[in-house]
Design a protein around this ligand. Structure first.
Ligand SMILES: Cc1cc2nc3c(=O)[nH]c(=O)nc-3n(C[C@H](O)[C@H](O)[C@H](O)COP(=O)(O)O)c2cc1C
Length: 305
């Protein structure tokens, strides 16, 4: 067990992959304020509550803890610079971004993956941070992939694919989930989730094509598994996605139960689907990194400091 010193603890917290947000509001003079935060998490659906943790040392501590509300801007994969700007002591952080007031009034930044404009519900002192709990009054989300953060570095689908070696095919697959079922189609490698080689198209474009081909309305989600399939000389990135109602153009939704995937011929894909079945029952997801035999599941927590 590691000694409970604060640096080791900070490093341990940092092993979890989180999203990256910019939390915005106004100071008493109605000037926009904001800071980068990865401690965002959803709290409650009814009423719709979210939280973010703010360091007591923040220059904006007073303004944020006495504000009427705040907005959480979930950054997209192309917004690393926005994250850096709002994490550094830049004089006017809003000078380099396009933004507009959200419906409740807090600044909403252009090009974000999602935003939640909130009324302040409660603040709770918690050690060297204060928890800002907001009630979501308006929100929107897009299909652009979110920016990730783990071990002190940004993670995007592009960096995830760049980490993979170059001399094998890179395959993207879409784990399209709906109400405890996952979409499987009959492909070249037998029954599997929809998948395609990336080629020169890029990871996001390949995922969007896969989604488009289902004929369903699907929200692309997070990277669920990154693994090397040496047997088939393939590198694999699987994205977990949510589908709305409707009949798929191709394939069938199979129940997400560990026993459902006997007909999936590729063992690496079968193991991934079995893990998905287990995790969706627990409501607790991780990201797998490794090869088709051995790897590591790193938990995803929706918070962190
Ligand atoms: C990826 C990332 C995540 C961060 N998450 C948080 C957070 O959740 N809470 C926090 O108080 N600071 C967080 N920070 C640090 C603040 O963004 C940073 O200290 C900023 O300068 C605070 O600005 P302020 O003092 O103007 O409020 C994070 C920084 C980065 C790069």
């Amino acid at each position: 067990m590691t000694q409970l010193d604060s640096r080791a603890l900070r490093n341990a917290f940092g092993t979890f992959m989180t999203g990256v947000t910019v939390v915005t509001s106004h100071d008493p003079g109605r000037n926009p304020i904001g800071f980068t935060a990865n401690s965002f998490t959803s709290v409650s659906i009814d009423p719709p509550l979210v939280l973010v943790c703010l360091a007591n040392s923040s220059r904006n501590y007073k303004a944020l803890t006495s504000a009427d509300g705040f907005a959480v801007n979930v950054l997209s994969e192309s917004q690393i610079e926005v994250s850096n700007t709002f994490a550094r002591p830049v004089e006017d952080r809003f000078a380099s971004v396009e933004w507009r007031p959200g419906p409740v009034g807090s600044p909403v930044i252009e090009g974000v993956s999602a935003w939640f404009d909130c009324a302040m519900h409660k603040t709770v002192d918690a050690g060297d941070h204060v928890i800002l709990i907001g009630e979501v009054k308006a929100f929107d989300s897009t299909t652009s992939a979110g920016l990730g953060y783990a071990r002190g570095a940004y993670v995007t689908p592009a960096t995830a694919s760049g980490a993979l070696s170059q001399n094998t095919d890179l395959i993207v697959s879409a784990l399209i989930e709906r109400e405890g079922h996952v979409l499987l189609v009959e492909g070249e490698q037998g029954l599997a989730p929809p998948e395609a080689a990336v080629g020169s198209r890029g990871v996001s474009a390949t995922l969007n094509r896969l989604i488009g081909a289902t004929g369903l309305s699907v929200e692309p989600g997070f990277v669920y598994s990154v693994f090397e399939d040496a047997t088939h000389k393939r590198q694999h990135i699987a994205f977990l996605c949510q589908a709305a109602a409707g009949a798929p153009g191709k394939g069938v939704f199979q129940p997400l139960e560990p026993t459902s995937f006997g007909a999936v011929s590729n063992p690496a894909i079968r193991v991934m689907l079995e893990r998905l079945a287990q995790e969706s029952q627990l409501g607790d997801f991780g990201i797998y990194y490794g090869d088709q035999n051995k790897g590591e599941v790193r938990p995803i927590i929706r918070g962190g400091l």
